[in-house]
Ligand binder design. Structure first.
Ligand code: FAD
Length: 387
């Protein structure tokens, strides 16, 4: 279809990816963002090859490579630091045709804002409602203003307002039972090797570092906790010291080196798979449609895939906007539902929901063949729209 105008709600990864791809397709795009200043929720992110392929297609391959870390191996260690499993990721890259890139979220956001045009994002615009009629869709904002286009795309994250319109009510995120702390530190050999993603596991918790651009590590910790615990920034180091007492020296070094004021402390949630991702001229992309626990590192990558598929159907079909969105839904619904549920299961295993299963998993890690690990990751990557 030609000459469409898209109204995009939210300027996270999903909204920006949709915005960039639709503009490149020649459509008019308006992005509305509720905050006055964009600040990524979290320090880093690993973009697996399926997400990177979409960025390549958007012409951002060189830029993402420049901000990305060189992650050549993946290493599981127990809490004492003994290697459980050491996987060479180069054969995976050869299998799927693209290197993954862990990146700083600030760098990624800036890269995407530059590609879309930062000043074109309309800030401080909180969408409170969406409506549609036979030939248009409209977003209504808290200040009473409206924006009308051929399609409204809800890229407004896990607490999506647009989703309420689709589902006929509020979908409450489900607490996944654990807290994630994340941040960025300068890379150094007393933490980890520069080209390895290292993951320490034990006691139903984990601590991890992965290389990102500019000689830094993105790190995260995870530990099961009841909902609602809060710790002020100045006490985060002590909290981590207590939570990971007795863990290997690099984990202690990391806790000593991190800047507690720059650590994000998040309670992790997801949403149940939705019955619909679209309604008429209104579509959901990214976390609005399928927020997931981050244990497969696929939430953001799925947002990229959404952008690719949604735009492709609008460009390549010519029956109606509603028809294109239906095709988007039928290509995406099953894939994102499966990944949300798979990540949920993995989260439960990692974070001790059933301690026997977690112990069994630690044992399995020691026995896993390298190829089985890379095949499992490749299967997820190649299940995307750009194989
Ligand atoms: C700890 C953690 C680690 C993760 N690690 C990875 C990883 O390694 N790899 C990976 O691929 N994914 C990962 N993810 C998932 C990834 O971060 C998300 O899937 C991705 O950021 C979703 O992007 P989004 O644009 O859909 O949502 P968001 O980033 O939440 O953006 C939504 C935007 O919409 C705006 N907004 C909200 N409501 C409104 C409204 N009513 N009106 C206007 N604007 C609104 C918000 O302000 C925000 O800017 C991780 C997630 C977490 C929590």
């Amino acid at each position: 279809m030609y000459d469409l105008k898209a109204i995009v709600i939210g300027a996270g990864m999903a909204g920006l990816a949709v915005g960039i791809s639709m503009r490149q397709a020649g459509y008019k795009v308006e992005i509305y963002e509720k905050t006055r200043k964009l600040r990524p929720a979290g320090a880093g992110i690993s973009l697996w090859s399926n997400g990177i392929k979409v960025l390549n297609k958007l012409g951002l391959g060189k830029e993402v490579a420049a901000i990305g870390g060189q992650m050549n191996r993946m290493e599981y260690r127990n809490l004492k630091g003994e290697v459980l499993n050491d996987v060479n990721l180069i054969p995976l890259m050869e299998q799927v045709g693209q290197r993954p890139y862990p990146v700083s979220r600030t760098d990624l956001q800036q890269m995407m804002l530059n590609a879309f045009g930062e000043s074109d994002v309309r800030m401080g615009m909180c969408c409170v409602e969406v409506t549609q009629d036979v030939d248009s869709a409209t977003a209504i904002f808290a200040d009473g203003s409206t924006a009308t286009g051929d399609v409204v795309i809800g890229a407004d994250g896990i607490h999506s307002a647009v989703r309420e319109y689709l589902g006929g009510g509020k979908v409450e995120p489900r607490y996944a039972g654990y807290v994630n702390w994340n941040g960025i530190v300068e890379a150094s050999p007393d933490l980890a090797a520069r080209d390895v993603w290292v993951i320490y596991v034990g006691e139903g918790k984990r601590a991890s570092m992965m290389p990102i651009g500019d000689n830094r590590f993105y790190f995260f910790f995870g530990c099961p906790k009841r909902k609602g615990t809060k710790v002020p920034p100045e006490e985060i180091r002590t909290e981590l010291k207590e939570t990971f007492r007795g863990w290997a020296q690099p984990v202690q070094n990391l806790i000593d080196k991190l800047d507690p004021k720059q650590v994000n402390r998040l309670e992790i949630s997801d949403i149940d798979p939705l019955p619909h991702l679209v309604k008429g001229r209104i579509a959901l992309v990214g976390d609005a449609g399928h927020a997931t626990t981050p244990t497969l590192g696929q939430g953001g990558c799925q947002a990229m895939e959404d952008a690719e598929v949604l735009c492709r159907y609008l460009v390549t079909t010519n029956i109606s906007v509603e028809d294109a969105l239906k095709r988007y839904e039928s290509e995406r619904k099953e894939r994102v539902a499966q990944l949300v549920l798979k990540a949920r299961k993995r989260t439960d295993t990692i974070y001790n929901k059933e301690p026997d299963l977690t112990q069994k998993w630690y044992e399995q890690l020691k026995q896993e063949e390298e190829k089985d690990v890379t095949d499992a990751i490749a299967k997820i990557i190649l299940g995307g729209p750009l194989h």
